[in-house]
Design a protein around this ligand. Structure first.
Ligand SMILES: [Zn+2]
Length: 97
């Protein structure tokens, strides 16, 4: 691949990454904390709802009505899916921010 193509590809990736980051309806710190909470070692088994996620959002007075649809858009329909799907998509992206 010539360097011009490489640069374009890189720019495209950066753009896609930025789009994803801009779509997050909460601060990166809050999202990191949410992942850490759901992924903790003594977490109770998922009851196939977003119970813990919603508890966390309400405790922090975050916008549940905005954040839950966003999580679902990225495959997070219950607490464990937030880790499997959303964390795997966004975990690295928000790591260095
Ligand atoms: Zn689950």
């Amino acid at each position: 691949m010539d360097s011009d193509k490489k640069a374009k590809l890189k720019a495209w990736h950066e753009q896609e990454k930025k789009k994803l980051l801009d779509s997050i309806p909460m601060s990166h710190a809050d999202l990191r904390d949410l992942f850490a909470l759901l992924d903790r070692e003594d977490a109770s088994p998922c009851d196939h709802t977003l119970r813990e996620t919603i508890e966390f959002l309400e405790k922090r007075k975050l916008d549940v009505d905005k954040i839950v649809p966003w999580l679902q858009e990225h495959g997070g329909y219950c607490d464990c899916e937030v880790i499997y799907n959303v964390e795997s998509e966004f975990g690295e992206l928000i790591d260095d921010n």
